[in-house]
Design a protein around this ligand. Structure first.
Ligand code: NMX
Ligand code: MLT
Length: 435
């Protein structure tokens, strides 16, 4: 929306000054020691990135620009008659740190609807994919191909000045978000044989259009679920695999399509976004093995068998969080309101009472509590979206919001190429010999 771009143009000089001052004041201060185990241990806890949209607290969970999920639910504009935030409004918040007006959110809905069409050759790429190719691979292919029309790549070829990078990055980012429903909808319909994709309705908000493209547009509760779903999955500070990958690839001045396709390839891993698919597969297998309405003892035995088989319990644990993920809680509250008697929701609740104690007893996982992925599939299943291989695509649509918001700021603030230092074990031994 031109209003959002105008607001950003006002904010950027202030923020450039703000960063300059922060660096002047704190730039030479130590951020605590780095221990060798962090190099081997996936860099856990290493302060290494700037990420403006959100910060994650181990106990409290995520805050988007300082606001918790319940605060966002209370403060952000909603659809008429709805009670969940519009993801359009969340995007405005992630980018500017400000709560938009209803009109500003509606303008974004219109802008995205106007940009939603995907090039014919991208449609053809998707139509030629075998239905056996995982939806996430198809998603990544399509997003990569959107780089064909990148405003940033074109401007770079035309010799754009560094100071202007953020403008075409903004345009690409808006195009990317806008085109995701058509890509996701096409993948869903192609892979699961759901018929022809309807057109985007310029009068509808982003989630309502996405729901329509998936075939669930008539169900108001499902549309509300999507609004909540996109909002809570949008951003989880900068160190998670998808966010960090997008930032890293973007730092090479790869355009937002290339950068976000890289994010998607990370999100497609079972320890990250694919966990929502894995949870449903695991629950289905549990029901096949011990039956529906199984006793707590039977569930316990199944969980122990998972661990003893050298596998993780999907949807539980987290690299940063040490309490129940507030994104899990937000989804549980949605379920209590809209589907309290759903059998799968009840099973998810039963597992919540059982798994943490088992993980504590097993003694390995640092966080025995559920993360966002433990709950999302049960909600989607309730409304008839039962194809779990598709679930991570919805996570990916949402994660674009957080990744591109940071890409825009990175280009506005002149973030440099990322290039940390690595060492070999031989080098570590030499450096620390006798110390
Ligand atoms: N089930 C079984 N074992 C676990 C679990 C779990 N849910 N969580 C952690 N562990 C194990 C982990 O595999 C590791 O074992 P080992 O020493 O043999 O390598 C040990 O506990 C210590 O791991 P942590 O330090 O607690 O966890 P880490 O930060 O390495 O990994 C996850 C975090 C999220 C990758 C991990 O908890 C996990 O694999 N969870 C299940 C998959 C999942 O739900 N992922 C989704 C995360 C959210 N998202 O959407 O991205
Ligand atoms: C996420 O939303 O990215 C996941 O919870 C993983 C993480 O934060 O590391």
């Amino acid at each position: 929306s031109s209003a959002l771009k105008e607001r950003l143009a006002q904010l950027i000089p202030q923020e450039q000054e703000n960063v300059k001052q922060a660096r002047l004041e704190h730039g030479k201060k130590s951020f605590g020691p780095v221990v060798v185990d962090q190099l081997y241990g996936g860099m856990r806890g290493l302060p290494a990135l700037i990420w403006e949209g959100s910060v994650l607290d181990a106990d409290e969970g995520i805050r988007f620009r300082g606001k918790t999920i319940p605060e966002c639910q209370a403060l952000l504009p909603k659809a008429p008659g709805g009670s969940e935030p519009l993801p359009e409004a969340l995007f405005w918040l992630l980018l500017t740190g400000e709560i938009p007006t209803q009109e500003q959110a509606t303008d974004l809905s219109k802008d995205w609807a106007a940009r939603a069409a995907i090039p014919e050759f991208v449609e053809e790429i998707l139509d030629r994919c075998p239905p056996t190719l995982h939806p996430m691979s198809q998603f990544s292919l399509a997003v990569t191909a959107l780089n064909h029309n990148s405003a940033f790549a074109q401007a770079y070829q035309n010799g754009i000045s560094k100071k202007e990078y953020w403008g075409p990055t903004f345009e690409d980012s808006m195009d990317l978000i806008a085109k995701l429903p058509n890509i996701a909808g096409r993948i869903y319909r192609n892979v699961f044989g759901k018929g022809k994709l309807p057109a985007i309705d310029p009068a509808k908000d982003y989630s309502a259009n996405l729901a329509t493209l998936l075939g669930f547009g008539e169900n108001d509760a499902f549309v509300e679920l999507l609004r909540l779903y996109i909002t809570i999955h949008s951003d989880h500070e900068g160190g998670n695999v998808s966010a960090h990958t997008g930032k890293l690839v973007g730092s090479a001045l790869s355009d937002p399509f290339l950068a976000f396709a890289a994010s998607l390839n990370g999100l497609a891993g079972p320890l990250h976004g694919l966990a929502n698919q894995e949870v449903l597969l695991w629950l289905n297998k549990m029901q096949e093995t011990i039956g529906r309405d199984a006793s707590d003892d039977a569930v316990k035995e199944y969980v122990w068998a998972t661990l003893k088989g050298g596998k993780v319990v999907p949807g539980y644990g987290h690299a940063v969080l040490r309490k129940t993920d507030p994104r899990y809680t937000a989804q549980r509250e949605f379920a209590l309101k809209h589907l309290p008697d759903d059998p799968l929701f009840k099973l998810v609740g039963q597992i919540y009472e059982i798994v943490p104690n088992i993980l504590l007893e097993a003694g390995k996982a640092k966080n025995p509590w559920p993360n966002v992925d433990a709950h999302s599939g049960a909600l989607l299943t309730h409304y008839g979206l039962t194809e779990m291989q598709f679930y991570t695509v919805l996570f990916g649509v949402s994660r674009a919001f957080g990744v591109v918001a940071q890409l825009i700021w990175d280009r506005a603030l002149g973030a440099p190429l990322e290039r940390p230092k690595s060492y070999s074990t031989e080098a570590i031994k030499k450096i620390f010999a006798g110390k």
